[in-house]
Structure formats: C-alpha cells, structure tokens
Design a protein around this ligand. Structure first.
Ligand code: AMP
Length: 435
C-alpha cells in the first residue's frame, strides 16, 4: 500500500472524530479522584449540617426561569439553552437550580415535611456564555437551600455551610462579600435614587446598562464595563435607604457571622444577576483571587410568589461552582482526591490462572479489599511493572503452578518479601496484613 495514501486516510479519519460541544467538557479519569473527593466531602458536610439530598430534572419549562430568575436577567435573556419538545412544549436546560427546587417545593408540598426544609443538590447547569477559563456552558453546582424560614440565623447558616464545605476541601483564606438588596418596601426608593444618579450620564452607559437602566437598575452597580465602572463613584448605596426590617435583618446576619469568626467584607455594589434575590446576597471568593466567585447565594423570599404560589415562602441558599473550586484548588496545588495506595495488584500468568483469577479477584473485592489487575498485559514482567506504577501494597502472583497447587504468591511491594499462602486463606491473610 502507498504509505502516503495511508497517512492521508489516517488524517482524514482524525478530522472526523467527534468533539464535545463548545463550552462543554469531559471530566477525565485524571480528575476523577478529585471529583469523587468533592462529592464525599459535600455529602459529609451536608449531613453534618442536616441538608437532605434532592434532585430535580435537568429540563424544566422555560416559563419557570422566566418567572423565577427574571425575564430581564442576562441568564434568561441571553444564556439559556431553549428548545421545543416534540410535543411543542417550550423547555430550557436548567441554568440554575434554585427556581427548580422552589418549583418542586410548591408542587410536592414539601413545606409539610419540615420547617424549614434543608436540602442540597448537585449536578450540571447550562448557560450559553462565552467559554473562557472557569466559565463553561455546562458546569456543576453544589447547592444548599433552606426554605420556610426568614430568620437571619439561616442566612448565616448557609454561609457557614458553604465555608465549611470549601475549607473541608482544603481551601483557605476565603472571604465573604456581602450586601443586601432590600425588600419591596425599601428597594423602590433606592432604585429611584440610583436612577437619579445615573440620569445625567445615561448616554455614557454601556449598551447593556442602557437597557438595564429602564428594566433592572440594580444591575448597573455590578457592570464590569469600564465606562459604567467610572460612573459608579458617588452612586447612592442601598445601606443608606434600607427599611427598618431589612436593616435589622442585615445587622443580625452580620452578628451571626462575626460570632463565628467569618471574615466578611460589606460590598455595597454586590447585587448578583438573578431577580429573585431579596435582602441578603453574598459571594465567597479566595483572598488572592477576589475577582472570581467560587460560590454565590442569598435570600429569595419572593421566589415562591413569582412562581405562582400566591404567597411568600421565605428561602435562602447558595450554589457553589464545582469547576471553579477544583480549578482554584489545583492552582494552589491542594491535594484533593484519594491518595491512598491500592491494597492488592493481582497478577495472573497463563490462561488457566486467568480463568480462575477473576473468581479470586471478585472474592477479594467482595471482602472489601481494593484489588487492581492488568491481565491484558499477559507477561509477568509487564504486569509487575503495572503493579509498581500503581503503587500497590501487595502483589498476588497466580500462575499455572499456583493454580494447580491451590496456592498464591503474596509479595510485599515495600520489603520485597514473598510468601506462598493457601488459596483457602487468601482473604484472611490479606486482611491480617492490611490491618
Ligand atoms: P450563580 O448561579 O450565577 O449564582 O453562580 C454560582 C456559582 O456558580 C458561581 O460563583 C460560579 O462558581 C459558578 N458558575 C456560574 N456560572 C458558571 C459558568 N458558566 N461556568 C463555571 N462556573 C460557573
């Protein structure tokens, strides 16, 4: 065969290999241990703080997010994956999970089960954003929600659970940026003041803010565009316009945080990009990378009403960006992920040994002994090399002779000592040595 032609064939084959959708990434085996560790830590912290797992579908009706997150927010206006089902229903891949959780709370009357209801969720969210470092179109969030109680105690509890989660993963020097966005009583007055401030310079606002000026003036405060940043100085802050109830609420949240030695930083420009927030809003950042929020949340006392409940159901929650957390941890060389050595590497030599080998390997695994193998490598040398690479504590060598004699060779990979043990005592002997 003509080698050049052959190469051409290989290249065109390469081009034809499917790629993941832009902005959506695979979690690769090299990162598997860190992800598993994160789930484990998350589960432990959730249990300690009494949050119960719940899950909602990835697909929801489009109207849920329009009503909950807000039609005029960036998320709903520009970032959702929306389509029609075959049944002509308008649906969206969830861009966040608080609205779905509240939907489920109302639909399933979860308020009857606990007061407040404390739940956690974990899973993929979808936003059609411009992909860049730490920003994906499919990303994962771990969320805590407390529904049914408006006490500032629970705002603080959400912040504390978030910090507990992040510090249990090894993240240090975290800061909490915190603000309030007021309530229906005080926010309109503040918004009026804000509009007065911007009125004279309205023409200088960026394109998005020109629109926000009319529809969502609070968002003028957290616009990242340089022209809008410049107009920020001298803008009124909501703290000067809070009603008594919101003022007291904020003061109590901060008191709870202080009592728990939480380093918080009042940020009067923090408003967050979702309409459902009322009163407390916060973000958690690493001190040395304050521009990237690892987690964000707040109170959403009007969300139930937005969703048609006909009444207010107080709630407060947070979502933690898992990719952001793991990427930050990796940049700090924090060792997230299981590092313990495998107990056994099982080497088989010959077809007969392989046949019986799987039975023995399964026996070890059923006895909860972590057992690795690489039977495809065939030769003893290659399998031993793999065992070394895996840093196994012990290697079992099972060849023709052992198969016939019903024994197995056990090699201690640290000392090099080797012994032959009867198969009938295999599990017992391993357990003794691993103790
Ligand atoms: P939000 O739901 O917007 O309050 O965001 C909560 C957290 O989710 C953020 O602090 C980020 O850590 C994470 N997050 C939000 N959007 C993205 C994205 N496009 N890619 C990766 N992480 C994200």
């Amino acid at each position: 065969m003509n080698p050049e032609k052959n190469e051409e064939k290989t290249n065109s084959k390469k081009e034809a290999v499917f790629q993941s959708v832009r902005g959506m990434h695979d979690i690769l085996p090299k990162d598997g241990a860190a992800w598993m560790d994160m789930w484990n830590v998350g589960r432990e912290i959730s249990e300690l703080h009494d949050f119960t797992f719940m899950e909602t579908p990835i697909l929801e009706t489009l109207g849920l997010f329009e009503a909950g997150v807000g039609k005029m927010t960036d998320i709903v206006e520009k970032e959702m994956f929306v389509f029609k089902t075959r049944g002509k229903e308008d649906v969206a891949l969830r861009p966040e999970c608080t609205a779905p959780i509240m939907r489920s709370f109302l639909q399933n009357h979860l308020g009857h089960f606990a007061s407040p209801l404390k739940v956690f969720y974990a899973g993929p969210m979808f936003r059609y954003e411009r992909p860049q470092a730490g920003r994906y179109r499919q990303f994962h969030q771990w969320g805590f929600e407390i529904i049914g109680d408006g006490d500032p105690f629970y705002d603080a509890e959400i912040v504390l659970a978030t910090l507990h989660f992040l510090s249990a993963l090894g993240l240090k020097e975290l800061r909490v940026k915190i603000n309030t966005v007021g309530c229906r009583v005080c926010r309109p007055t503040y918004q009026k003041k804000l509009l007065q401030h911007y009125k004279a310079n309205k023409k200088e606002l960026c394109k998005d803010c020109a629109r926000r000026y009319e529809e969502n003036p609070l968002r003028l405060l957290d616009c990242k565009a340089q022209e809008c940043r410049e107009l920020l100085s001298g803008a009124p802050i909501i703290l000067d316009h809070l009603c008594q109830a919101c003022n007291a609420h904020l003061r109590q949240v901060l008191e709870f945080l202080e009592n728990n030695m939480v380093l918080y930083e009042p940020d009067p420009h923090l408003v967050r990009g979702l309409d459902y927030y009322s009163r407390t809003v916060f973000e958690v950042v690493a001190s040395d990378k304050p521009e990237t929020a690892l987690a964000g949340g707040g109170r959403y006392d009007y969300l139930a009403e937005f969703l048609g409940a006909g009444r207010n159901v107080p709630g407060v929650g947070v979502s933690i960006g898992i990719e952001r957390v793991l990427e930050y941890a990796a940049s700090k060389k924090l060792s997230i992920g299981r590092k313990d050595r495998p107990s056994i590497f099982f080497v088989v030599v010959g077809e007969e040994a392989k046949k019986k080998g799987l039975y023995l390997i399964q026996k070890l695994r059923l006895a909860r002994v972590r057992t690795l193998e690489s039977v495809g490598k065939k030769s003893l040398e290659n399998q031993m090399r793999a065992a070394n690479k895996a840093k196994a504590k012990f290697v079992f060598i099972f060849g023709q002779r052992e198969c016939f004699e019903e024994t197995i060779i056990m090699r201690n990979m640290d000392s090099g000592a080797q012994e032959t043990i009867p198969l009938s005592r295999m599990v017992e002997e391993v357990k003794k040595r691993l103790r």
